[in-house]
Design a protein around this ligand. Structure first.
Ligand code: SF4
Ligand code: SF4
Length: 364
């Protein structure tokens, strides 16, 4: 059984639904079901004589699912090489697409897992892209959730990609970084195939109920929505419609549609990506290179003239504030830990003292 995932992630609503465990499960028994907020483990049940047995399907498994889960590790702030403010001439100003196109042209990667939107339903869909024509068609991340890493096996085994770029928010970045730094032999294929992690800044991702709210509130059809963006400085969600009208909703009014797992997430700036990117209140987009491969990715984008530098170093006060705001969610994690310990104490009294200590520490 996947005890750690159940106890420390699923039962305490910490799952980000990144999909890493589903892809890496050696026995293909983890699946997503609608609305549970986390994957579930399929069980094999059989009758032997008069006895009904639930087989432990994870017996003898190296548990790559647990080694790839971002929620089973503590994450500090990551490395930074350079912070650059950039802009792109691409029609929708999509800096991630610019990075992917130039990395493909320079053969840093041979494909990428990207976020896109189904135009009719405005539902998020994953895209495995291998050429720039398809990258440029992608409408990018729209703050709506899809367990993007669940398509990792398709990229490796069906598309036979060997130098994959994965694009995602910090939880996805942490999952991929967990895979790349693990020594679990069942994760080797993934380690050998992933070349680049592009992260974007994230304050939280939303369920499809957000689209239902937009449709009701503004009396529009899903296909009339062009983009959803988040203005963190003014705490406003901006919805651009196909007819170029812009609608706004206060973020406090749509928080209820944020995924449960996001309440427990403390990484804003994709600290463990090779290259992180996002808009705050700057005119352009901030790009933070964090590893040599991330630095190369930025250099290629500048050489290919996909990106243009606006300013080499930028004032980071606003970014710092958003990083700290999100770090405060660590308090929620402390409560999770207590919850797990209370569950333990129901089984064994020796945990009681530990709980008292934790409750005291919460009063800090
Ligand atoms: S956070 Fe990702 S890896 Fe962890 S349980 Fe949830 S879906 Fe699986
Ligand atoms: S806040 Fe963003 S990074 Fe964190 S779990 Fe939610 S989607 Fe993932």
């Amino acid at each position: 059984m996947v005890e750690k995932l159940k106890k420390y992630v699923w039962f305490v609503d910490r799952c980000s639904e990144c999909g890493a465990c589903v892809s890496t499960c050696a026995k293909n028994i983890l699946k997503f079901t609608n609305g549970s907020g986390h994957p579930i483990q399929e069980t094999i049940e059989k009758n032997i004589g008069l006895t009904h047995i639930i087989a432990d399907t994870c017996f003898f498994c190296e548990k790559p699912c647990e080694d790839s889960c971002p929620r089973l590790k503590d994450w500090d702030l990551g490395p930074t090489i350079q912070k650059t403010l950039v802009t792109t001439e691409l029609p929708d100003g999509n800096v991630v697409n610019a990075l992917i196109v130039s990395s493909l042209r320079r053969k840093l990667i041979d494909g990428a897992i990207l976020w896109d939107i189904d135009s009719d339903s405005f539902r998020p869909v994953p895209r495995i892209v291998v050429d720039e024509e398809y990258v440029l068609k992608s409408r990018g991340y729209q703050h709506l959730w899809y367990p993007i890493l669940a398509v990792l096996n398709d990229a490796i085994y069906k598309e036979r990609l060997k130098k994959i770029a994965v694009v995602g928010p910090p939880c996805v970045v942490q999952a991929v970084r967990s895979i790349l730094t693990s020594t679990n032999s069942k994760l080797k294929m993934y380690r050998d195939s992933i070349r680049l992690i592009i992260g974007f800044f994230c304050d939280g991702a939303y369920t499809q109920q957000l689209v239902d709210e937009i449709v009701d509130r503004f009396d529009v059809k899903p296909y009339e929505i062009n983009t959803i963006s988040v203005d963190l400085r003014n705490k406003l969600m901006r919805i651009v419609l196909q007819n170029v009208l812009v609608k706004g909703i206060k973020m406090s009014e749509v928080r209820k549609y944020m995924k449960k797992g996001c309440a427990h997430c403390t990484d804003f700036a994709a600290e463990w990506a090779d290259i992180s990117t996002g808009k705050i209140d700057f005119e352009g987009t901030l790009v933070i290179t964090r590893t040599p491969v991330g630095q190369k990715c930025l250099e290629y984008a500048l050489m290919e003239k996909m990106l243009r530098v606006l300013q080499v170093t930028v004032g980071m006060d606003e970014l710092q504030k958003l990083i700290l705001d999100k770090e405060r969610r660590k308090r929620v994690q402390e409560i999770d830990t207590i919850l797990s310990s209370i569950l333990n104490s129901l089984a064994a009294r020796e945990y009681n003292e530990e709980i008292v200590k934790m409750l005291k520490s919460l009063r800090r």
